[in-house]
Design a protein. Structure first.
Ligand SMILES: C[S@@+](CC[C@H](N)C(=O)[O-])C[C@H]1O[C@@H](n2cnc3c(N)ncnc32)[C@H](O)[C@@H]1O
Length: 270
C-alpha cells in the first residue's frame, strides 16, 4: 500500500498538485524537496546538516550566518531550526556574526567598492535578533573570528554556514574559522555563498569566489567545492538558480572520513 501511494505521489501526481498537497500538510521535508520554503537554500543546508549530524551520532551542531544585518536571514534560520528539531532528534545552535554597524570601509578592488559603501545594511535592533534563539558575535570578523576560534567545541561542531558578508576581505576572515581542529566540524559542512552566482559582477577574481579559491589553495585537507548533490535531491522540480550557490566544505582530515567499514564486501548483483 505504502509503495503504491509513493508511486502515485512521486510518479503520477503533477507538480502543481504536489505543491498544493505540501502547502496543505505543511510537512517540512516535503516542502524542502519542492523548494517551497521562504529561503529554500537555508532549508536545504540546515536539513542536510541535521540529517548528517544525526546519522553520524552527534546530539547537536552549530549553524552560522556570517552577515546578519537586520536579522531577516537569522530569523528564517531560527524558524527552520525549530521545525527540524521536531522531526530529527538533534539540537541546533545558531550563531550570527556581524559588525553591528553595517559594511566596513574598503577601497580594495577585490571588495567591489563600486557596489557597497561603509555602513550599508546596519543592524537595527540587536535585542530583537537575539530573541530569535541565536547568539550574536558582534565586531569586525578580523577580530571576532580569532576570538571565536578559541571557543569552538567538539560538543557542537559546525555543520552549516551561510556566507553573506558580500566582500572578499570579510569572507577571507570568516573562512579562517575553518582552519581549527577537524573535530570542531562535521565531516561535510554544508554551506551557502550568497554572493557567488546570479549576478554579472561576481567573478573568480573578486569577492566570495576569490576567498574560496584562496582557502582551497592554502589548505591541503580542507576544500570548499560546489555541492554536486543538490540537484539530485530535488529531482521533482526544475533546476533552481540557488543550486550554484550551494557548496560543501570537505573536511578530509576528519576522523569520520577515514575507512571505517567492517563486514561483508559490497556486491553488484545483476
Ligand atoms: C547583505 S548584509 C547581510 C544580510 C542578511 N544575511 C540577510 O539575510 O538579511 C551583509 C552584512 O555583512 C556584514 N559584514 C560585512 N563585512 C563584515 C565584517 N568584516 N565583519 C562583520 N560583519 C561584516 C555587514 O555588517 C552587513 O550587515
Amino acid at each position: 500500500m505504502k509503495k503504491l501511494l509513493s508511486l502515485i505521489y512521486y510518479k503520477l501526481t503533477p507538480l502543481f498538485l504536489k505543491k498544493i498537497l505540501c502547502i496543505v500538510t505543511s510537512n517540512f521535508r516535503h516542502k524542502e524537496l519542492l523548494a517551497l520554503h521562504d529561503r529554500p537554500w537555508y532549508a536545504y543546508g540546515l536539513l542536510k546538516s541535521a540529517e548528517l549530524a544525526k546519522k553520524k551520532g552527534y546530539s547537536r551542531f552549530t549553524a552560522i550566518e556570517f552577515g546578519v544585518a537586520s536579522g531577516r536571514g537569522i530569523r528564517i534560520l531560527s524558524n527552520y531550526k525549530k521545525e527540524i528539531e521536531k522531526i530529527i532528534d538533534i539540537k541546533i545552535d545558531i550563531v550570527g556574526f556581524d559588525t553591528g554597524q553595517g559594511m566596513p570601509k574598503t577601497n580594495d578592488y577585490r571588495d567591489l567598492p563600486d557596489k557597497y559603501i561603509e555602513g550599508d545594511f546596519p543592524m537595527i535592533d540587536k535585542k530583537k535578533i537575539e530573541s530569535y534563539d541565536c547568539k550574536l558575535e558582534l565586531g569586525d570578523l578580523k577580530k571576532t573570528i580569532p576570538f571565536y576560534k578559541k571557543k569552538l567545541t567538539t560538543k557542537s561542531p559546525i555543520g552549516f554556514f551561510a556566507m553573506d558578508v558580500d566582500i572578499y576581505t570579510s569572507t577571507k576572515h570568516a573562512l579562517n574559522l575553518f582552519k581549527a581542529n577537524s573535530n570542531c566540524y562535521l565531516p561535510y559542512v554544508f554551506c551557502y555563498f550568497d554572493d557567488s552566482g546570479g549576478r554579472h559582477h561576481f567573478t573568480r577574481f573578486t569577492g566570495e569566489l576569490l576567498a574560496i579559491e584562496e582557502f582551497n589553495n592554502s589548505n591541503k585537507l580542507r576544500k570548499i567545492d560546489i555541492d554536486r548533490g543538490v540537484w539530485n535531491e530535488h529531482k521533482l522540480i526544475p533546476n533552481q538558480i540557488w543550486y550554484d550557490r550551494c557548496f560543501i566544505l570537505h573536511v578530509f582530515d576528519h576522523k569520520l572520513r577515514k575507512n571505517s567499514r567492517i563486514g561483508k564486501k559490497k556486491i553488484i548483483n545483476f
